[in-house]
Design a protein around this ligand. Structure first.
Ligand code: FES
Ligand code: FES
Length: 213
């Protein structure tokens, strides 16, 4: 029969073994869990490839062809800002209420926070960054805003400008009330509407001049 010392030694050895076994078990089960989740994800993604659209797509943005990795549920605003670095498109409400994210798609204004990027693959997207001429000359509406200093914080400005540009293409000589109605899908938290309208009317005037030049 073992004495107390050898019993203690054996106990310690047994504890070391069981501790080693325990740790090994944890690591093994951890790997097993990781492997399982990896396999689960792989299985999910494998299942999805037949029905999900291709992630790496080409977009036409500001006259350039841009290759970009886009998730299925990704909005155009997200892609523009966080994948393509076009942060001139602002995110306000992110739910089709404020108009801060307005961009033109085939010359029609859209809330880019509410457009899925995959749906615009064959279409032309124009953001505030693409409005000026390649030589750096500002668009007449941008120039009108500069000249009239029409915004306070200017967070809403890109959206207003994009909406106004689209509206003025269809109605180049609006009354102030008509133009106000034309950009009524855009909100300004600073409530600087009077100065904004003065700026956009100035932009309309510059657009007419440019078209007659
Ligand atoms: S951020 Fe898109 S409408 Fe407000
Ligand atoms: S100027 Fe500040 S939100 Fe419009």
């Amino acid at each position: 029969m073992p004495d107390g010392t050898s019993l203690t030694t054996n106990d310690r050895a047994a504890k070391r073994i069981s501790r080693r076994t325990f740790i090994k078990g944890v690591i093994t089960s951890g790997i097993a869990v990781s492997s399982a989740s990896y396999l689960f994800r792989a299985t999910l993604s494998g299942q999805g490839t037949a029905s999900l659209p291709e992630r790496l797509i080409t977009l036409s943005v500001n006259g350039q062809q841009r290759r970009v990795d886009v998730a299925t549920q990704e909005t155009l605003a997200w892609t523009l800002r966080y994948k393509l670095g076009l942060t001139g498109t602002k995110l306000g409400c992110d739910r089709a209420e404020c108009g801060s994210c307005t961009v033109l798609i085939d010359d029609v204004p859209y809330y880019s926070c509410s457009v899925l990027t995959h749906t615009v693959r064959a279409r032309k997207v124009l953001t505030i960054e693409g409005l000026a001429s390649p030589n750096g000359k500002l668009h007449p509406v941008q120039q009108g805003v500069v000249d009239e200093q029409g915004f306070q914080c200017a967070y809403c400005m890109p959206g207003f400008i994009m909406s106004a540009v689209a509206y003025l293409k269809a109605n180049p000589n609006p009354t102030r009330a008509e133009l106000a109605h034309g950009v009524s899908g855009n909100l300004c938290r600073c409530q600087d509407y009077d100065k904004i309208l003065t700026s956009l009317m100035r932009g309309a005037e510059y657009m007419r001049r440019a078209s007659h030049a």
